[in-house]
Design a protein around this ligand. Structure first.
Ligand code: NAD
Length: 432
């Protein structure tokens, strides 16, 4: 099939590469000329395990092409996947301007029957909005259908998730069009759920906000553990053994971040407010999450005393391991809080330092170093923010030797408390 993918970020690039891998002819289009140039040369631009190989395979087999020309992308394809960003506005509303622009361009260049698929995460009702926009620019009344096909991949394992998803959700008011989109995934072994357009749009938000709630729930349990002497890891294990609950997303820590959970929670809260149906559980989920970094830094202060002029090493900047994505990373909030209190911050992350330096922490005075051991030299405290595998393998006895102080704040419960105390750390973790 001839597919175009509009927007080649984490979702678009992985989607396009996988469709090419499945044998389709794919054109990936983006407005970012620099990015398209790099993609053409086989550079995936983002860090995502397995993506570079897929990209090169697609290019070599002549199945994967890149362009900045939307006209070409629309005209040469039967399926058009919209994969542009849907960032949050300050008001929690979703910014749909990128989606609207693509819809407009599709309407202008449509030259025959197309199936337009929204893969971007969009509020319920957006599919119909896209339909209206395309219709208003579609001078020759070319036929088209709208399908929603939300994406559930996780950054850091995006390729793996797309090749082995738990489910493929396809929503449309035209069952035939929905089936055609489902057929594009032939070769991927996963259940396909075909539903109404609105249901499909809502499944994505319902799933992400439920997972976010699980995280805030276990974090609230962690707070009770800290007061009582219970161990949240044990509590989570005991809960997870119940099949109705499951182990996933019961990891206490510094809260959720990233480009999806925070904005998707806000977006559905905004929708619920518009509908005058307050989503009280989710309001609490959000509030608990907002407070995680604040509570953590307060604990640091309680242990170490005034943080002014303290030298603090941060291990991990990315919002989670195996990605260079810094969007809504908890590290940003923690570092800003520490800087407000006058601390000196030395940071290390295996892949996210460029993003931090150039974009997300651009105006913050941080010393970046090239190894975790370099980061801990003469520091008063070490704070583990992102649980990269690399940090699990480090000999912590060597770490304490290099440090001036002995404080280890483990925001992800990566280390064993008894072992850390034996080594000599004043060890603080979450909910235990
Ligand atoms: P991203 O910011 O990484 O990529 C978006 C891309 O769209 C950018 O390369 C940008 O240049 C391009 N773009 C913007 N306007 C364009 C236009 N008019 N024409 C062509 N390209 C244009 O975003 P992402 O993380 O890939 O997310 C895309 C969507 O998928 C969002 O709605 C997001 O919520 C959703 N989603 C993301 C993830 C994730 O883990 N990142 C997972 C599931 C769903």
């Amino acid at each position: 099939m001839k597919i175009s993918v509009i927007g080649t970020g984490y979702v678009g690039l992985v989607t396009g590469s996988i469709f090419a891998h499945l044998g389709h002819d794919v054109i990936c289009m983006d407005i970012d000329e620099e990015k398209v140039k790099k993609l053409k040369s086989g550079d995936p631009v983002i860090y995502e395990p397995g993506l570079e190989d897929l990209l090169k395979e697609g290019i070599e087999k002549d199945k994967l092409h890149f362009t900045t020309d939307i006209k070409e992308a629309v005209e040469k394809s039967d399926f058009i996947f919209i994969c542009v960003g849907t960032p949050p506005k300050k008001s929690w509303e979703t910014d749909l301007s990128y989606v609207k622009k693509v819809a407009e361009d599709i309407g202008k260049h449509i030259n025959g029957y197309k199936i337009v698929v929204t893969k971007s995460t969009v509020p319920v009702g957006t599919g119909n909005m896209v339909k209206e926009i395309i219709r208003s620019y579609n001078k020759n009344n070319h036929p088209f259908d709208i399908v929603s096909n939300p994406e559930f991949l996780r950054e850091g394992s995006a390729v793996e998730d797309t090749l082995h998803p738990d489910r493929i959700v396809v929503g449309s008011d035209n069952k035939e069009a929905a089936q055609k989109v489902a057929d594009l995934y032939r070769g991927i072994d996963a259940p396909v759920l075909i539903v109404k357009l609105y249901s499909s749009e809502l499944i994505k938000y319902a799933s992400n906000s439920f997972l976010a709630t699980k995280i805030s729930f276990i974090n609230s349990i962690a707070d009770i553990c800290e007061r009582t002497g219970a161990d949240v890891e044990e509590v989570a294990k005991g809960m997870g053994m119940d099949k109705r609950i499951g182990y996933h997303f019961l990891k206490a820590g510094l809260g959720y971040g990233g480009s999806c959970f925070p904005k998707d929670v806000d977006s559905i809260l905004y929708t619920s407010m518009q509908l005058n149906e307050p989503f009280i559980i989710l309001e609490a989920t959000r509030k608990v999450n907002e407070n995680r970094p604040v509570r953590f830094v307060e604990r640091m202060e309680k242990m170490m005393g005034e943080l002014r002029d303290k030298k603090i090493a941060i291990w991990g900047l990315a919002f989670k391991p195996n990605t260079d994505d810094m969007r809504e990373a908890v590290s940003i909030k923690i570092i800003k809080l520490l800087k407000e209190k006058g601390s000196n911050v030395i940071a290390y992350d295996p892949v996210a330092m460029n993003n931090a330096k150039n974009v997300y922490l651009k105006d913050v005075d941080i010393e970046y170093v090239n190894s975790p051991m370099e980061a801990v030299k003469d520091v008063d405290a070490l704070v583990l923010v992102t649980e990269w595998d690399e940090f699990k393998r480090i000999d912590m006895k060597e770490v304490i030797e290099l440090m001036k102080g002995k404080f280890l704040f483990d925001g992800r419960n990566l280390y064993n408390p008894e072992e850390m105390e034996k080594i000599g750390f004043s060890y603080v973790s979450i909910g235990r």
